[in-house]
Design a protein around this ligand. Structure first.
Ligand SMILES: Nc1ncnc2c1ncn2[C@@H]1O[C@H](COP(=O)(O)OP(=O)(O)OP(=O)(O)O)[C@@H](O)[C@H]1O
Length: 613
């Protein structure tokens, strides 16, 4: 991935095209209104200057000439000049809101379409993602407003340059020179600004991370117990100090560059004023000429300032919008089916899932986690996976769900490589309780319902899943039953009752996570990664009894460190050092006297010792 320096002219122009297309898609009427207002706003000052000249010349002319019409027109342009800024602001805000909505919709849809997990672990992608989320939605309106502002300034500039050309062509030279220098400086400034924002991405995210730790509910316990407030606070402030130093450097540079141009502009205007007054004294200019000259010099300066600042704003927005376009256009991080089509249909599992010589590591420079794993999860049977911490059990689950592809080897679904299957359909066939399952700040019903969107509104199925997971009595007893918010982060919107949110215990949450997976009752494969780690002994045995009933005749993969819960599995696979070290039934493995037998004996003796003592 590249930084904004690599954003070429082509890419910047593509940002303009994409911005216009998005503005048009968000509401052509708003875009056209904004364009029309820009045209009017550019014409008004020039018209006002010429009308002022006409009025003054007619007033000072020896033979009295009618002034009513130009005065009325001048008053009209005054009204337009007074109302236009508000109208432009309103039209711009309307357009911005509409584009923001479209841009966010497309951004989050694109993020949702990333099938794998690899991108989310890439810090550079994260930097881009936060820039895309922060600046992307306002990017198109910034590009368009900058462009229109620039066009408006340019039109106004053209009008006043024409005026100057008529009155004093030689004044054009210093004015144009000052403009060219200022424009170049502003473009370099905008590039520098965009580069600084990009460079500050990591610090900004870190600062946000520490700020969140200091305020989040989930970290509150440890932060207080270990007295981490000071440490995280200092780290947050260090990041902030770094960000502020960079921004302050940027501010100083802006001040130096823009101050110099303002000074140059004022010098040119002052010199012009001296000349005009002298020319009027000498009778070469009328009073009206002097007024339009003063307006023209000021207008050229204003027009230039608008062109320069708008170009800078547009340029910076184009570069930053490049990050948004990159994220939205990034495409999938896992290859689709080989023929480029929809992929082969995922048929209900008949024979089983096979891992064939699977090698996997999380990155080219990271160690191998799986080193040629070959095993089968037969259809209709319960398979258990055990092994020490870090053996790669959860990694294997991620490969089964196809969050990553094996670095070498293949995962086969009834003999078909899962890379040939549509990943979303494959995932619909799998129900999983992850070791690090999510606890959503949603109602109890929604926390289960998200496991199967088709059943989300079906309370009966949700309650049935909760019963199977053994959490129905606990949820039923909540203040609002299944409608109770399982969080204190938000007020319940339905009841508008800040006291209605509850916090479940770890074991209760675990059962809710199990119910979520069980709501997918038509899946082919049920994966349970440490489903009962947080349960007390009685609850654990009850949950396992229910799960056994549920799994009976279904294909399941159970991962557990408590070997008493896996002994009933038809096949137990021991993963160690990234390879399948042993496999077989409980009795066979015990008889073999290998790793499993050793672990089982260790756990059993722990209980026996406790009973004896
Ligand atoms: N996203 C990741 N990026 C890099 N390394 C990872 C990632 N996830 C896991 N690992 C590494 O992969 C190895 C296997 O982790 P995994 O979670 O699969 O083990 P496990 O057998 O499930 O362990 P446990 O019994 O502790 O749950 C560990 O060394 C871990 O540090």
């Amino acid at each position: 991935m590249t930084g904004p320096d690599d954003d070429t002219t082509h890419s910047a122009l593509a940002s303009v095209g994409a911005s216009l297309a998005m503005a048009w898609a968000s509401g052509p009427g708003r875009l056209l209104l904004r364009v029309a207002l820009a045209v009017v706003a550019s014409v008004v000052p020039v018209t006002a200057a010429w009308l002022t000249k006409t009025v003054l010349d007619r007033l000072t002319a020896t033979a009295g000439r009618p002034v009513l019409l130009p005065v009325l027109l001048l008053a009209l342009t005054g009204v337009a000049a007074a109302v236009l800024p508000q109208a432009v602001q309103f039209a711009e805000a309307e357009m911005k809101r509409a584009i923001d909505l479209t841009a966010r919709e497309r951004l989050y849809a694109a993020i949702g379409r990333i099938p794998g997990l690899r991108r989310f672990e890439d810090p550079r992608f994260h930097d881009r993602l936060s820039l895309a989320a922060d600046t992307g939605p306002s990017g198109p309106s910034e590009v368009i407003s900058g462009g229109l502002g620039g066009a408006q300034g340019a039109l106004m500039l053209a009008g006043f340059v024409g005026t100057l050309a008529v009155l004093s062509p030689w004044m054009l030279l210093p004015v144009t020179l000052a403009a060219a220098v200022a424009l170049r400086g502003e473009i370099r400034l905008s590039r520098y600004r965009a580069r600084t924002i990009w460079r500050l991405g990591t610090s900004t995210r870190r600062e946000f991370f520490y700020a969140q730790l200091l305020t989040s509910m989930s970290a509150a316990k440890e932060v207080r117990l270990y007295g981490l407030g000071g440490l995280f606070g200092t780290r947050m402030l260090t990041e902030l100090a770094h960000i502020n130093a960079q921004r302050s450097r940027m501010g100083r540079r802006e001040l130096a560059v823009q101050g110099t141009y303002a000074f140059l502009g004022a010098l040119v205007a002052g010199a012009g004023l001296v000349w005009a007054v002298n020319a009027a004294r000498a009778g070469r200019l009328t009073v009206g000429d002097v007024s339009v000259f003063i307006a023209a010099v000021a207008g050229v300066q204003t027009g230039l300032t608008i062109v320069i600042s708008s170009t800078g704003r547009m340029h910076e927005a184009m570069i930053l919008f490049g990050h948004y376009r990159h994220v939205v256009g990034a495409g999938p991080d896992l290859p689709g089916p080989p023929d480029g089509g929809a992929g082969r249909p995922v048929r209900p599992l008949r024979t089983g899932i096979e891992l064939r010589d699977v090698w996997f590591r999380y990155g080219d420079d990271l160690p191998w986690i799986l080193r040629g794993v070959t095993m089968t999860i037969p259809a209709g049977h319960a398979t258990a996976l055990v092994g020490p911490n870090g053996a790669g059990k959860s990694t294997l689950v991620k490969l089964l769900c196809r969050f990553y592809d094996p670095t070498r080897g293949a995962v086969l679904w009834d003999g078909v490589d899962i890379r040939e299957l549509p990943v979303d359909v494959l995932r619909r066939r799998i129900g999983t309780v992850f070791q690090d399952y999510m606890a959503y700040d949603l109602s109890a019903a929604d926390n289960i319902g998200v496991g199967n969107l088709d059943a989300m509104a079906d309370r009966e199925r949700i309650v049935a899943a909760a019963r199977r997971a053994g959490c129905d009595p606990a949820l039923e007893a909540l203040p609002r039953g299944y409608d109770t918010m399982l969080s204190r982060a938000f007020e319940s919107t339905e009841y508008d009752d800040p006291g209605s949110g509850v916090i479940l215990s770890g074991g209760q949450w675990q059962r809710v996570a199990i119910a979520r997976a069980l709501l997918r009752d038509d899946t082919d494969l049920l994966i349970l990664d440490e489903p009962s780690a947080g349960l007390d002994a009685e609850a654990e045995s009850e949950v396992h009894r229910r799960l056994r009933e549920h799994r009976a005749g279904r294909t399941s993969l159970l991962i557990s460190h408590r070997l008493s819960t896996v002994r009933d599995a038809e096949a137990i696979v021991v993963l160690s050092g990234g390879v399948v070290a042993e496999q077989g039934g409980h009795d066979d493995l015990l008889a073999a006297g290998g790793i499993y037998a050793g672990l089982f004996e260790l756990q059993a003796s722990g209980y026996r010792d406790d009973v004896r003592s």
